[in-house]
Unconditional design. Structure first.
Length: 746
């Protein structure tokens, strides 16, 4: 693919094929995403329609093959293509240099800046340039000639068509002048030919395409680095023996051995041994994390010290690393809403330019002949015609958005920020309100039991046994804190019957033939149990969360659990304020605890004691007031609100449901990445807008200049050579500007 028009042609062609329901083609990644009915359409059917137009659709290799080989095949092919382009360009550059020298000599000689070109030298070049031009035209100019053929054969025009038409006209006119100079001398100025234009324009365009292709490879570095994190082999225990196998041969349940310095091949759980693992590829944090019995480990991370064994729990495309790679690839290939304008313009751009160039040619002849005479008017008409076709290339326009998205998404992945699609990246910086969950987002999500108030005649151990038995069926972090404390105290858990999770309130179940309830103060209201809650208020004002254990008549005990605020939470909230964002915290916890935690970190507004459906309702209410809302959370109860928010942000330590519901995932659960994500969104969108500005300005200024609009007033007429250089540099400047995002600090 050469330009945005290519993407438009492919989309329109494939959409017309029976069985195709949707197609999206990305010029930046050179990938197509097609939804189709396999009974009506196939890979061969697509290529039968596309190959005559100059395109070949290749099916992407499977995830498993990608993991096994560890290489990006498409990049290898691209590198080979770029190498071939380099050879062609560097062979043509000396010929272009001679062409530029002759043009400059003629121009400067005309104004007596340098001595006029001697007749013998003029004659020598007069016969040499046609040979050079024919060679250039037949070698690196061949794709443009084919582009012209396809235009007349199939009616499809792209960048190659514009360049091909312009240079073909210049070459054929020059050839006719050279062949029939004596016959045409009375009618046209046979001293002027455009062989140099053909040579230099095609070389400049080829040079620009080479530099663009070389730069575009760098935009996809993130995927290559992620693929490079994958181990190629794994050391597993089979039949009591250690054997080394390819990672695609690892099966669930395999015991894998990891030695110091080795990459972890698949996801799993440590079953023996301990070590420190470098998880910087996930979290961005350079300090290795200790891993011991039952610790979760992730493919692609690196074992830094000891040896340990782990049980494989996720393999192949199910590993977190594979999920990350797939997510990054899909995001890089998706289109941001801002690209819609560029796509619309690109779809009609080439035909409009062809019409405009033809009208300009006619206008120069119609208005120019009475003023300048036929010979000079024809020269101006040809110069303008070729200049417009060459400078009006939609390449930069087509690359403006996707290259910035590719770099932005890649930079996010390298910083532990996974972005699901380009639309999410575009929307995030517009969000004026950031809604955050408390547990696991503002706090560590690892609360600890800090106090037991026994209100019954039972012992503390009995109370803990009943409460931990109830809580053992819950996945909530507070439940884990109670169960963990009970296990540390060697408390024996009992059997439980008729367990039920009461949404937003607590738990109930029958333990030792007695019905018990555990939860917040709403439990007391539901079962008409009277209790003086003043003391609870005092504790909750210190950030403690109460869990009340009752039977059907009385409160038996109150257990207080405290969750520490994340070290980076206050700084993150302050940074969001500097970016002009309002921060609201939603929590199912009681009001006092919520306000205490909110006050510690500087939250603007705390809404406490909310049910899961309340979180969804509050997000909708904020949106109904005209706010663009981003929400960060980590639990199952956050999933509906994450899906409703304009941008859902999942903390990477949370549940799969939360991650699947979110548009952005912050790996490692580091809330500081929330600020980085907002900055990345702002940075990427600024890059896109700059790219679109430069892409448009080249054409807005270049087309009238090439067409001779300023000639009657200022005597300016853009040479096709400069038009070719400007066109080539427009694409290079857009890609280079996108690459600047890589270097910026988040």
């Amino acid at each position: 693919m050469h330009c945005a028009s290519c993407a438009s042609i492919i989309e329109r062609t494939v959409k017309k094929i029976d069985g195709v329901s949707d197609v999206s083609v990305n010029n930046g990644t050179e990938k197509a995403k097609i939804s189709y009915d396999e009974r009506l359409a196939s890979h061969d059917v697509f290529n039968k329609k596309l190959e005559p137009l100059g395109y070949v659709l290749e099916m992407e290799m499977s995830d498993m093959h990608k993991e096994h080989t560890g290489i990006n095949q498409s990049k290898q092919e691209k590198l080979k293509e770029v190498s071939e382009m380099r050879s062609s360009v560097f062979f043509a550059l000396p010929l272009a240099g001679i062409g530029i020298l002759i043009m400059a000599w003629e121009i400067f000689g005309k104004y007596s800046i340098v001595p006029a070109m001697p007749e013998t030298i003029y004659e020598f070049f007069h016969h040499l340039l046609p040979i050079f031009a024919t060679f250039i035209f037949a070698t690196i100019g061949k794709p443009y000639v084919v582009g012209v053929y396809r235009f007349f054969r199939y009616g499809k025009a792209n960048m190659d068509t514009l360049i091909g038409l312009g240079t073909s006209v210049a070459f054929l006119y020059s050839f006719i002048i050279s062949a029939f100079d004596k016959i045409l001398a009375p009618y046209v100025n046979v001293e002027y030919t455009y062989y140099d234009v053909t040579i230099v324009v095609i070389t400049f365009i080829a040079l620009g395409k080479y530099l663009e292709a070389k730069s575009k490879i760098k935009t996809g570095d993130a995927i290559e680095k992620l693929l490079g994190l994958q181990a190629k082999t794994a050391l597993v225990v089979r039949n009591a023996k250690e054997i080394e196998i390819a990672i695609d041969q690892v099966v669930l349940g395999d015991i894998v051995i990891v030695k110091p310095g080795q990459k972890i091949p698949v996801d799993g759980v440590v079953v023996s041994g301990s070590s420190f693992v470098d998880e910087s590829m996930l979290t961005g944090e350079p300090i290795p994390v200790e891993k011991s019995l039952n610790a979760q480990i992730v493919a692609g991370t690196i074992n830094t010290s000891g040896t340990f064994n782990f049980k494989a729990t996720k393999i192949g495309s199910e590993t977190l690393l594979s999920h990350i790679i797939k997510m990054v690839e899909e995001a890089q290939g998706s289109k941001a809403p801002i690209q819609a304008l560029a796509d619309k313009i690109s779809s009609i751009f080439v035909p409009v330019v062809l019409v405009l160039a033809t009208l300009t040619f006619g206008a120069w002849l119609y208005f120019g002949i009475p003023v300048f005479g036929f010979a000079q008017a024809l020269g101006f008409a040809l110069t303008s015609f070729v200049g417009i076709l060459v400078i009006a290339c939609p390449c930069a326009l087509g690359l403006a958005t996707p290259t910035a998205i590719i770099v932005g998404v890649g930079k996010g992945a390298q910083n532990g920020i996974l972005i699901k699609d380009a639309a999410t990246l575009e929307t995030l910086h517009k969000a004026g309100v950031i809604v955050v969950d408390k547990t696991g987002t503002i706090t560590n999500g690892k609360p600890e039991l800090s106090k037991i108030e026994n209100k019954s005649d039972k012992t503390n151990d009995e109370i803990l046994s009943i409460l931990a038995t109830l809580e053992s069926r819950s996945e909530h972090p507070i439940a884990h804190a109670i169960v963990t404390y009970a296990k540390e105290k060697n408390i024996v858990l009992k059997n439980i019957e008729q367990f039920e999770n009461i949404r937003g309130k607590g738990l109930q179940g029958i333990v030792a033939n007695q019905k018990y309830f555990a939860g917040n103060t709403k439990i007391l209201v539901d079962f008409n149990i009277s209790f003086d809650a003043k003391h609870i208020d005092e504790e909750t004002r210190q950030g403690k969360t109460p869990v009340i254990l009752t039977d059907t008549k009385n409160v038996l005990a109150i257990v207080y659990v405290a969750d520490q605020v994340k070290d980076e939470a206050r700084e993150t909230v302050a940074s969001l304020h500097k970016l002009g964002k309002k921060v609201i915290m939603l929590t199912g916890d009681n009001k006092n605890t919520g306000e205490y935690i909110g006050g510690l970190v500087g939250i603007d507004e705390v809404i406490a004691e909310v049910m899961p459906e309340d979180k969804l309702r509050i997000v909708k209410e904020l949106q109904s007031k005209g706010n663009v809302v981003a929400m960060a959370g980590d639990g199952v109860n956050d999933a509906p609100a994450l899906a409703q928010a304009d941008v859902g942000i999942a903390m990477g330590t949370g549940t799969d449901v939360a991650i699947d519901s979110a548009g952005i995932t912050l790996l490692g659960g580091d809330i500081a990445k929330l600020t980085k994500a907002v900055k990345l969104s702002k940075m990427t969108m600024l890059g896109i807008k700059q790219n679109l500005f430069w892409a448009f300005i080249y054409n807005v200024v270049g087309i009238p200049l090439a067409g001779g609009l300023f000639y009657p007033i200022l005597g300016w007429l853009l040479s096709p050579v400069f038009a070719g250089f400007a066109m080539a540099m427009s694409s290079v400047s857009v890609v280079s500007n996108s690459l600047r995002i890589k270097a910026k600090k988040l």
